[in-house]
Write a protein of this length. Sequence first.
Length: 193
Amino acid sequence: MNTFMKPYFLIFSLLLYFSSLPTSWATSLLPISLEQLSMRASLIFYGSVISNQVKKDEQSGRIATFTEFGIIDLIKGETGEKHTIKQIGGYLKETGTTLRIHGVPEFQTGNHYVVFLPKQSNLGFSSPLGLHQGRFSVLTVNGEQVVSNGRNLATQPEQSSRSVQLPLAVRADKPSQSRLDDFLNTVRAYNTP
């Protein structure tokens, strides 16, 4: 083979090699019903974000975001008037380092949320169940408080452990939203024996 053909042969060989590697798959989560969120969560609350602090976590050595909530309504579990969750990732200003984990939800200071949390990990981390699925933003629409996590709340996955599925009233014009009071009452009903 002449020296002119060697670079082309090398490029062709590399392209062939890389095209034969296994395809990587994107991580995705199966839909979780409101019943499943309610039953699996060890802590469910409606709260307002007081602060977000990003720092290097002493236990894991990783960048972590500590979000402190003021508890407005405790639906399930035990906590005080304030509750802090620790999630992996965030932007550490001191070093200019960012650690982003796809799917880990963010909470904005001053905003209100209904949060479904599992038991904390051994290192104290606790992201909402199903990541964004377990974080419901509370918004005021036409003078009425509504919740939404962006998914259609009218069509829940059919995986009920009850003989009768509890209905969740949703807005007819926006099935991704439900009145806050209706939503909280439905969640409480799922946790009543």
